[in-house]
Design a protein around this ligand. Structure first.
Ligand code: HPA
Length: 268
């Protein structure tokens, strides 16, 4: 907790109080630059903030305004598979909550498992499977910040999902809905694992988000999660999976994703 306070102290004069936090995943980082009065703080200037090593993930905390709301956005995230602890993975989200954010909008790229999904779809996350084998809530608990035993019955805010669906419909596309399974990675799944995940109730699979959502809910934030279905998961897709293809699809959907986010911020 001391680390969080130090990080907040180092940047709070530059960020001020914020309303809404965002985590911008693969291919979405540029959205932060579209905030009015955007100001970036490189992660390297924030004490204790872990650095991202993945291509396509810039490392900046960006503040600015959109639709009259004060936004703070993580332009790029860190993952467990980079060797970070669960605590480190959630640090940015906790920091944004400490800056006063009451809502988290978290985005990612994911592989589609449900037959309802195709590459290029956007999916509102209705619930999650944390299959990373760890939790961002492991370790000492500060009751001031959140409860030891967190209720996760409603992890993703139904009202925000409905708002996002309405915005998507008004923009002329369907926002799909589904359960997101978060795995350690960094290898993509085997076809057998994808079949297993489908049996477990997963509609989409990725390597992020679940630990961030745990931390956000722990600190009382409302959460909206949106996945870009960048590919069909292994065994369901035609060829082998590659990070380049994932980025290519994420790039193709980028403008639609950005319009959705802006519409949601306006509607909130
Ligand atoms: N599996 C896991 N993570 C992913 C995928 C996938 O198919 N696509 C994008 N991120």
């Amino acid at each position: 907790m001391e680390a969080l306070d130090q990080a907040k102290e180092a940047i709070a004069v530059r960020t001020g109080k914020v309303d809404i936090a965002m985590v911008l995943g693969s291919g979405l980082g540029e959205y932060a630059d579209s905030l009015e009065g955007a100001r970036a703080i490189p992660y390297g200037e924030i004490p204790h903030m872990p650095l991202s090593s993945v291509s396509g993930h810039a490392g900046n905390l960006v503040t600015g305004q959109k639709a009259g709301k004060r936004i703070v956005a993580m332009q790029g995230r860190v993952h467990l598979y980079e060797g970070n602890s669960a605590d480190e993975v959630a640090f940015g989200v906790r920091l944004m909550a400490t800056l006063g954010a009451e809502t988290l909008i978290v985005t990612n790229a994911a592989g589609g498992i449900s037959p309802e999904l195709e590459a290029g779809d956007l999916m509102a996350i209705t619930d999650q499977l944390n299959l990373t084998g760890t939790s961002s809530l492991v370790g000492e608990n500060d009751e001031q910040r959140g409860p030891r035993f967190l209720d996760m019955t409603v992890a993703f805010d139904p009202q925000l999902i409905n708002t996002a669906s309405g915005v998507a419909a008004a923009q002329g596309f369907e926002l799909k809905r589904g359960v997101y399974a978060g795995l350690l990675g960094p290898a993509y799944e085997t076809p057998a694992e994808v079949r297993m995940l489908g049996t477990l109730g997963a509609d989409a699979v990725g390597m992020s988000t679940v630990l961030e959502v745990l931390a956000a809910r722990h600190m009382g934030l409302r959460v909206l999660g949106v996945s870009c279905i960048s590919n069909l998961a292994a065994g369901l897709s035609k060829g082998p999976l590659s990070h380049e293809d994932v980025q290519e699809t994420a790039g193709r959907v980028q403008s639609r994703f950005e319009s959705l986010l802006s519409g949601v911020l306006e509607a909130m």
